[in-house]
Structures are given as C-alpha cells and as structure tokens.
Design a protein around this ligand. Sequence first.
Ligand code: ASP
Ligand code: ZN
Length: 599
Amino acid sequence: MNLRLPLFASAAILVTTAIAARNPTLADAKAFLKKAETQLLALSIDASRADWIKSTYIIDDSEAVAAKFDQAQIDATVRFAKESVLFDRLALPPAERRKIQLLKNSLTLATPSDPAESAEVTRLATSLEGAYGKGKYCPQPSKCLDLEDLGRIMANSRDPKELAEAWNGWHAIAKPLRQPYQRFNTLANKGARELGFADMGAMWRSKYDMPPDEFAKEIDRLWEQVKPLYVSLHAYVRNRLREKYGDSVVPADGPIPAHLLGNMWAQEWDNIYPLVAPKDADPGYDLTQILKSRHTEPLQMVRYGERFFTSLGFAPLPPSFWERSLFVKPRDRDVVCHASAWDVDLVDDVRLKMCIDITSEDFTTIHHELGHNFYQRAYNAQPFLFRDSANDGFHEAIGDTIALSVTPEYLVKIGLLQTAPDPSKDTGLLLRRALAKVAFLPFGLLIDQYRWKVFSGQIPPGEMNKAWWDLKLKYQGVAPPSPRIEADFDPAAKYHVAANVPYMRYFLADILQFQFHRALAKEAGCVGPLNRCSIYGNAAAGAKLNAMLRMGVSRPWQEALESMTGQRAMDASAIIDYFAPLKKWLDEQNAGKPIGWTK
Ligand code: ASP
Ligand code: ZN
C-alpha cells in the first residue's frame, strides 16, 4: 500500500507537466478531477478505517498506523490542490470550478511538502488526540478517574471543593501537550502557507463561500446580535449561584467561577438547571430520571434517535451501523470517548462512536451525532468532492435541529412522559434550553477566536494560557477555580483543541439550528410558540430537510440555506425570537442587580 502513493505522485507530475506545456482544456480539467476523486476516495476510506481502529483502541501501534494513512490522504489532497492551479485561468463550468476550489479548501490540516515534516505533523496530530483520549486524574495511585467520571462529578456535585478538584485534575492532563502542540502549529502553519494561506487559521476561514475577512465579520455581527441574551442569562445564573454558594464563592459583579456551571468547560450549563429553576414555572420532569427509572439501555437511546429520523421519511440505519458502532466504553482499553459520527466508505458504512451514559445530555448528543449520519447518507449520491455539508456549521446543526423537536409533547407521543406541562411552565422549559444553547454561544465563538490568533502568532507562544483565560473572561465571563500559570495549557483540556477540530462550526450551528427549526416548524404547520413545535412524524418537513441534505456541498451554502429557509444569510433572529419570552423574564429577575462583569 505504501508503494502506491509515490507512483501516483510521479505519474501525476508527468501528466501535469505535459498539460502545462500546452494550454489546459476542459477535457484535461475533467480528467484531472476524475483521477483526483477516484484516488482521494480510496485514500479516505483507508484513512477512516485506520482512524476508527485508533480511536477505539488507543495504543502506539494503532496511532502510528493511523498517522501513516492520514498522511497519505492529506499529502495526496495537498498535491492535487497544488496541481489544480493549472486550471486557475481556464473558464470552467460551475461544478468543475467548485470542485477545484473545494480541493484547495477542504483540508483542516495541510501537510508540508517535506516528507519528514509531513510524517511528523500527522504523527503529532494522532498522538495529541490519543493523549486526550487516554487522559486520567489519579487522586490515589490505585484510583484513577477518566473524563466520563470527572464529567459526572462536574454535572452532579454541588460541593465547590470537590468540583475544583475534578476540574484541576482534568486540566492537568493538558499540561504536557503544550510543547507538542506548539511544534504541531509550526508544522501545520508551514503546510497551510505552502498552499497559499497566511496560516492555518486563514485556511479554516476560507471555507465559507465568502472572503475570509468577511466571514470573520459575519461572526462578529452574529455575536453582537445574541450577546444581550447571553449577558441576561449570565447575570441571572450568577445571582442564583450566589444564593446557593454565598458571596465568598460567587462575586456580585465579577466572573462566575468556571467549575460551578455543571460542565468541565463551562460550555453548557443545563446540568445546574435544578439550582436555577424558576420557582413557579418548573415543568416538573427530568428526562435523565425518566430514562434511568425505565432502565433504558444505550442501544435503546440510539433507537429513539433513529426513530425520529425515520418518522420524517428517512430510511432506517443499515445493519452495519448496529454491528460496527461503539456505544459503550470498553472496560479493558483506552478509546476516544468524545462522541463522533463516522462515514467510513462515504456511501453507507456510517457509524457512531460514543461512550453513552443514560442522561438527557447524551440523549441530545445522540440526536446530534445521528444528524451527521443521516446527512452523510443523504449526500452519498454526490460526486466525492461534494459529499460534505453545505458548510461545516450545517453538519453540526442538523441533529441539534432535530433535538429542538424533543418537546414535552413529543416525549408524550413516544411514551416517555405521561402528560405535557401546561404553558405556564414554559419559563422553566425555555430556561433549561437556554442553559444549553445560549450559554454555549460565547464558548462556541471563543475557541477559534483563540486558535486563529495562536496560528497567526498574534498570541505569542509565551502567553498561550493567559490569552485563553483573557478570552474566557471577555466572552463568557467565567474565571478559573485556581490560579493558572504559563506552564498550564488549559485549551488542550478541550477535545477539539487537542484533536485539531475547527470549532466555529458549533457557533454557527447554534445559530443555524434555530433558523432551521423555525423553517421546518412552519413547513409542518406548527403555529404555537416555537419551543413547543415538534416536527416528529411530519413528512413535509422531512422532505424539505432531505432536499437540502441531498445537495451536500455541491452549491454554495447560501443556496442550501435559501432552499430550506428562504433566507440567504445566517440570522440570529430565530434564536432571539425563540427565547424572547425568557429574555423578558430574565430581565425582570435581574432588575436592580449587577449585569455584566468586571475583573
Ligand atoms: N458531539 C460532539 C461535538 O459536537 C462531536 C461532534 O461534533 O460530532 O463535539
Ligand atoms: Zn458534531
């Protein structure tokens, strides 16, 4: 297998040199794309298989093998992207032009042309993700806690000392990742530069069918739209946490200590809903309790998710999905537990990899992941280069859109709840959802605000941890539970930093999913408040969704968005409208109390 790659490369160079000697034609471009798509599809299947083994069985050997296959795939994509400049001045039909553009923009990591550096950067990428997957905190030599254990403490403990210990224990795993991460950056930036980008951040920003600077401005615009909603939620939660933990733990007008919000990264706060629930408007049910009391099994959790999609007219998941997925954390080996959805053969071999816990949080995550899998299958008839979402925010938004339809009425329909709470309980329902979706907005935004600056060098290597907390303070208004120093490397305690997964997609998805939900609810004829609309079982909404998913990335995302929502721009008015009644209520609760934060 190793032998094939250099052969492809040299043959390709001979052909392109011959074409360059005359003027390239449309036939040349088509032949070039055909070859690129055929070879990249094969390489990508090999890489996915090796990555699957590595992620479900982390040892040095599986990492080394996966790194080799990843390298082969990325090197080949880089080579094709470089060769494609041959066709830059040729007038091409839209599909061919778009494929060439996608070849250049599709990578999240570009390997440098130096083979040793290429091998090193792919090896670093796998070992950084592996180190995260293996991370443990061992309070005693005989007692080690993994991230799932620590996450349960963060979600359920109400003891600030215990919470701080779990937080510190996990963040310590990231410290040794700092040096390798810096080396990774240097090499990855080199690869991005060779492809013509200023740095890896510029490469990431170039994937949105608009100039990269304009994309950055879009993000700022969307954030300004939603910021007042976040600030209201922040102030309300801070006050309620002060009632719970007292002034000495939670300041009146300062940042909220990051370990008190129910989540390791303070990114979603719904686990502390019981601490902040409205006194007279609690919906009176807790999905985690319901699922647990029914002894729901992990596989049944996935079946609930699948059934939602089939109710919309999608075909059931194939038998291979049930045979090949990983639903439960194995007892005997390290795996990457961070949930992900896979598309191994880019046709039908879709899989879920997740260490499922019986909680409402994981119930939602399953819908999130299945959204990826149903998207993947919907676009599987597209040519290889178009088998992706309209933009990466779309991929992240589909399953979340479905999860927004997990309403009390839906839970009644599927037999998980006896009766739906009446409308007087909407404040509680909205608050619970806001703790997940509104709290997430600044977090979703800041990860790549941070990395863009790290990649460009605007954040110097000597300030990588300080800069992280400056941004956490600025956007989220949270502070670390213990003093941080530069030897720490807290960003890598978050999966997507260690694993080099771009994150702005989640911010986009947080906005887009409400836009999608609003459009689909309308299609389904729902006239009630949006938080009570569920598209479950609605064929018209399903058809509308499927029509967009089937497009893959064959057209600019603005067209995909328009086909479903009638709008060509991302629009935060949907999330704002959804939470408007809650915003009013929060502002009443906050009256006379400090809003916002100072240091
Ligand atoms: N649920 C995870 C998260 O969104 C993984 C994924 O993106 O599929 O990071
Ligand atoms: Zn996802």
